[in-house]
Write a protein that binds this ligand. Structure first.
Ligand code: GLN
Length: 293
């Protein structure tokens, strides 16, 4: 009598999946539960195996578990609830107010790493670094590169610096609004690699965007009007890419061809790449060297 009934891991999982199914697909719900278990009980796979799921969920964690489920049912992204996300081989702390790195960007980072592995870039600039994902990823993958990053948001700059520290890598991150103010004077003037995952979802597509994004993520890291950022990137590339240097950016698939023509008009030699969903998602470019007549 009295007190809360003890609930097993298996029963808690079953109830939570049933509730999450209101908002998420079955496979999403299952992977959310795995992530939540790992967050609350890091050693849960062992405990589960040893007890066939019948071990009790620690009672003192139940209120926090309940709170997490309630937030998920309000469409809050899992990354903000557990406060972290995996990006390739690194883990990043994530706080509300900062863009959550996406799996497609991770896919792109690996593609770039593969392409650059024979001659790693010596200087790398990440424009709009957010939590620091791309900058830290490349700093880890190319330990001899000098990696710099900027973001307009002070929250992002602080978080990227913290994530660099947590991942034991030294990158320089400064608060700069790209295109509106110059880079710090101590940054290199020529770059072997410039990467950017800019806000690229057109505001007219706002209503089609998921509630998790619309209600919780910083809109100015997601939405844009027009291609002016890509224009500024092209301008930057023509002035500040080193010979043979590469500029690469993520983009909104329906805008891919338009961004490519824009960059070509700036004298860049461009290539577009598809993501695993077969959508044109990335542009990469070098300065076009005209062959002599
Ligand atoms: N791919 C992200 C989304 O659809 C947007 C990323 C971005 O704007 N850079 O939510």
């Amino acid at each position: 009598m009295g007190g809360k009934p003890i609930i097993s891991l298996a029963e808690l999982r079953k109830q939570a999946i049933y509730r999450l199914r209101e908002v998420y697909s079955l496979s999403e719900s299952e992977s959310i539960i795995r992530a939540l278990f790992s967050h609350f009980i890091p050693e849960w796979p062992k405990v589960w195996l040893a007890s066939s799921g019948q071990a009790p969920f620690p009672e003192e964690l139940l209120p926090r578990w309940e709170n997490a489920i309630a937030r998920l049912l309000r469409h809050e992204p899992l990354a903000y609830i557990i406060g972290e996300v995996a990006f390739g081989s690194i883990r990043l702390e994530i706080t509300p107010g900062v863009f959550i790195p996406r799996p497609e960007t991770e896919e792109w980072a690996y593609r770039l790493r593969q392409m650059l592995s024979k001659s790693p870039p010596k200087t790398i600039l990440d424009i709009g670094t957010g939590s620091g994902a791309l900058a830290i990823f490349f700093a880890k993958e190319f330990p001899y590169s000098m990696v710099y990053a900027i973001d307009k948001s002070p929250k992002a700059v602080n978080l990227a610096r913290k994530n660099a520290f947590l991942n034991s890598c030294s990158i320089r991150v400064e608060q700069v609004t790209f295109g509106a103010s110059p880079l710090p004077t101590y940054f290199p003037h020529k770059w072997d690699l410039i990467v950017c995952n800019p806000p690229y979802v057109p505001w007219i597509n706002y209503a089609e965007t998921g509630l998790n994004v619309r209600l919780y993520e910083p809109p100015d890291a997601i939405f844009c009007s027009g291609l002016s950022l890509y224009e500024k990137l092209a301008e930057m590339a023509t002035k500040h890419l080193s010979p043979g240097g590469i500029i690469a950016a993520e983009l909104f698939p329906p805008d891919a061809e338009a961004v490519a023509s824009l960059w070509e008009a700036y004298g860049l030699h461009t290539a577009l790449y598809k993501d695993s969903q077969e959508r044109l998602r990335w542009i990469e470019a070098k300065i076009r060297h005209l062959s002599p007549p």
